[in-house]
Design a protein around this ligand. Sequence first.
Ligand code: F6R
Length: 615
Amino acid sequence: MCGIVGYLGSKEAYPILINGLKRLEYRGYDSAGLAIHNGSEIKQYKRKGKVARMEEIAANSPHEGTLGIAHTRWATHGEPNDVNSHPHTSMSGRFHIIHNGIIENFASIKEALKSRGFTFQSDTDTEVLINLIEDIYTEGAKSLSKAVKAALNQVSGAYAIAVIDSEDPNTMVVAKMGSPLVVGISDNEYFVASDATPFLEYTKRAIYLEDGQMATLRRGENIHLYNVISDEPVEPYIHQLTLDIASIEKGGYEHFMLKEIYEQPQSIHDSLRGRLLAEEGKIIMRGVSEYKAKFMNAERIIIVGCGTSWHAGLVAEYVFEELARIPVEVEYASEFRYRNPIITEKDVVIAISQSGETADTLAAIKLAKSKGATIFGVCNIVGSSIARESHAGAFTHAGPEIGVASTKAFTAQVAVLTLMALKIGQERGNIPKTQYLKYLHALSQIPGQVERVLKCNDENLIAIAEEYASALNFLYLGRGVNFPVALEGALKLKEISYIHAEGYPAAEMKHGPIALIDENMPVVIIAQQNANYEKVVSNAQEVKARKGKIIAIINPGDTDMRHLADHCIEVEETDELFSPLLTTIPLQLLSYHIAVILGRNVDQPRNLAKSVTVE
Ligand code: F6R
């Protein structure tokens, strides 16, 4: 979590840092701060709350300078307040640092530093690190780089850091372990950030640091990249970025979340493009083909992920088992990694992650890899840690997702996983040719169908949102492949509206949650015309008998549910296996409208961050 930005060049750093922070605010928004070197000294501003609050003081104070670092925080050590905000300064005031990550052994280092006379202003692990750097520097390290390197060799944990020195307006030192860090390079200038969005308008050339690497950036000199432990120089690999500015702006929508919901016809299309060749009856997925033997012989597929990505994994479980006929286990990455799981070389582990940086998912695949499993990444961010740690993978081409609540990333994940299941199922000989061609055709229709389903964003849906925005609880029910959709619908509602919501397999309702149902309980029921339909109708009857209010997601022409439900939202029919790609859409919109009605911060809900790089 946390976003870091840095600049060293000939331009004024301030606007670059402020704009960069605003683009990275999705990573955390408990506090913001910056430090700028004006050639003779460093000015620092920081404040609890969003970047805009910090800007209120910085904009009206001196902030000239062409070297600077800035930070937007998601609190881990120490409550979100002004003092715990970054940048942090060493005791003498000389060195300044921004940090994304956690220094796990900070307490023992802090004690040692205290015994050497150091005092601390904040409760943070980061202040400990900058004082360790100062201590090493004053003990005789010949340069800032050497002091940072020696300090990093004493710490354990995760970090992406940038450090500057009041006595040197020409140098910034950066390092990475576990948290993302990218350096943008232009003529005689460097940009540093947690992802490339802060500097897209300035350069498309970027170096993604690997774990255990650090770099010294000096005005007028080439980047000096090297290994933190061995000190060996590393030849930088320069990526050519393909992202553009338009894709990270709101484009006329009130919120990023709404924009991203509306982008789904395109993002699903982009995730299928070049892979699903329905006319030719083919699926091309290079990563799957390269590891074909592993998939053919897999005794088990283990899917790991967190939050919404875990829900995409649950959808995939149904789809893979139906089409590929390989047993699938779906695991919370955070549980998997600490469970001493049984993993063999015959297992294929699919890691699902929008950001590609989620700490638990990354740790889970490292564990599985160490036990010989094949790791297949399904990530949205090219160059991300999970993508790089995987043996092979398939990117979701959802484009940048800025709203903290995941929407288009989820459907893109489901689309890519469905393609994989179809390809593997066909290659394993489990799907008759005619049925396979039908599936391909049905899947190719999904982007157009999503476009039409989005028309449900009408007065009916807004009226439903208005009627239930004051509810204290919601229940979401679905069966089969739409059970994970119920979980995802409930997660969307709770994270952006702060209304308590639970997702359940519809048939499980009578084993407990039914006790909650009364005339105040809205129950969202996903009722599609498939093998489960009659059973779902029975579950709806049980809700109705207890006076619960039913909001049903139905197919056009459905009369039974229309008769039972208090409200209906229609989505087109597709093959049952692909229906999550459609049924998810009205649930996203319902949460969105309820959150807007309640005046919530839709794009940046409280306590959350987009990229969870701490465990
Ligand atoms: C929910 C949400 C989170 C993420 C989770 C995993 O809307 O966004 O639950 O899905 O933090 O993140 P990634 O997919 O980046 O690994």
